[in-house]
Design a protein around this ligand. Sequence first.
Ligand code: ZN
Length: 141
Amino acid sequence: MTPEQSRELTARLEEAALFLLKHGLYRKPDDLARRFGLPIPVVRYWWRNLEDQTIELIDQSTATAKQTKQIRKAGQTLEGWEKVKRYRPECGAKLVNGRRCKHSVVIRPPEGWDRGALADRCRMHGGLARRVIRRKQKDDD
Ligand SMILES: [Zn+2]
C-alpha cells in the first residue's frame, strides 16, 4: 500500500465517521469507534479537530432518501475497516533470498494515523518507524 493510498483510506474513514457523529447517529466518538473497531483516540481526535461540532440531528424515521443513502454509505465505509484490517496488503520488502516479505503491513498506533492508518511495511521492516525511511533510489544525488 502506498502512503497516498493509506492516507486516502484514512481520510475516507474520517469523513464517514464525522458525518455520522455530526448528524447524531452516534452519541459519542467512543461509541462509533467501538462499533466499527476503530482506535478510540483516533476518533476522538477527528472529532476534537472538527471546527463546527454542532449536531444537525437526522431522525432516521424522517430522513430524506439522500440522507438515508449518505448514512448507509458512511456505515459501509466504516464497516470496510474490519476487512481492511484483516486483509492488509503484503509488506513486499526484499529479502536476502531474493523473495519478498509476505507479512501484512502494520496498522499504525493512533498517533501515527495522520500519516495513514496502514504503514507500507510490516513490523519487522520498519512499518512502525516514526520517521519516513528513505528508500534507496538510483537517481538519488
Ligand atoms: Zn516485511
